[in-house]
Design a protein around this ligand. Structure first.
Ligand SMILES: [Ca+2]
Ligand SMILES: [Ca+2]
Ligand SMILES: [Ca+2]
Length: 180
């Protein structure tokens, strides 16, 4: 069996599956933020990040890995490239189930899930903070939606990638879920 460098990295970085995945996403967001470059990570930062998580490898190996992550070959990684490459693999059946759920939720079919699509699916009136008057219904909708978004991609829109990231995390955690 050929060794898949991403699978190897995943093993090291995600000892706790999804929990680690979410944490790494946050760490990435913070590190990229520090550089003030709108969530972009260059090779040096990538290596620093690996060191931070006590992953050591030859520079050659790290370079090859960076290139796999850098899907558009821009020389920098954005959070999306990072998360999509690193996320635990999902079976095709699961991926189809998520894509199917996405399509059903995306009522207007514009390939984005927004607050408008969630109306009728999620009722914010029952949220404790809405009942107590702390939050508006709109605020509760936004909070609900943002839970499905990837760190650093919180723009009030859930893309299919973000939903995949979310479920990749949830499934790895072994949390039971329903998408009906
Ligand atoms: Ca890139
Ligand atoms: Ca939509
Ligand atoms: Ca988003």
């Amino acid at each position: 069996m050929a060794e898949d460098p991403v699978a190897k990295l995943r093993e090291k970085l995600l000892p706790q599956g999804a929990k680690s995945f979410v944490r790494i996403g946050r760490t990435f967001g913070r590190m990229a933020n520090k550089q003030g470059k709108a969530h972009l990570m260059d090779f040096e930062e990538f290596v620093n990040g690996l060191n931070k998580f006590e992953v050591s490898m030859e520079e050659e190996e790290a370079k090859a890995l960076f290139e796999i992550f850098d899907k558009d070959g821009s020389g920098t990684l954005n959070l999306n490239e990072f998360m999509v490459t690193l996320r635990p693999p999902m079976s095709e059946v699961r991926q189809m189930a998520v894509a199917d759920a996405f399509e059903r939720i995306d009522k207007d079919g514009n390939q984005e899930i927004t607050i408008d699509d969630l109306k009728g699916i999620y009722n914010p009136k029952t949220h404790p903070k809405v009942i107590s008057g702390q939050w508006s219904e709109e605020g509760a909708m936004k909070a609900f939606l943002s839970a499905f978004e990837s760190p650093g991609e919180k723009d009030g829109v859930i893309t299919l990638e973000e939903l995949m990231n979310y479920y990749a995390g949830v499934i790895e955690c072994g949390v039971r879920y329903t998408m009906r």
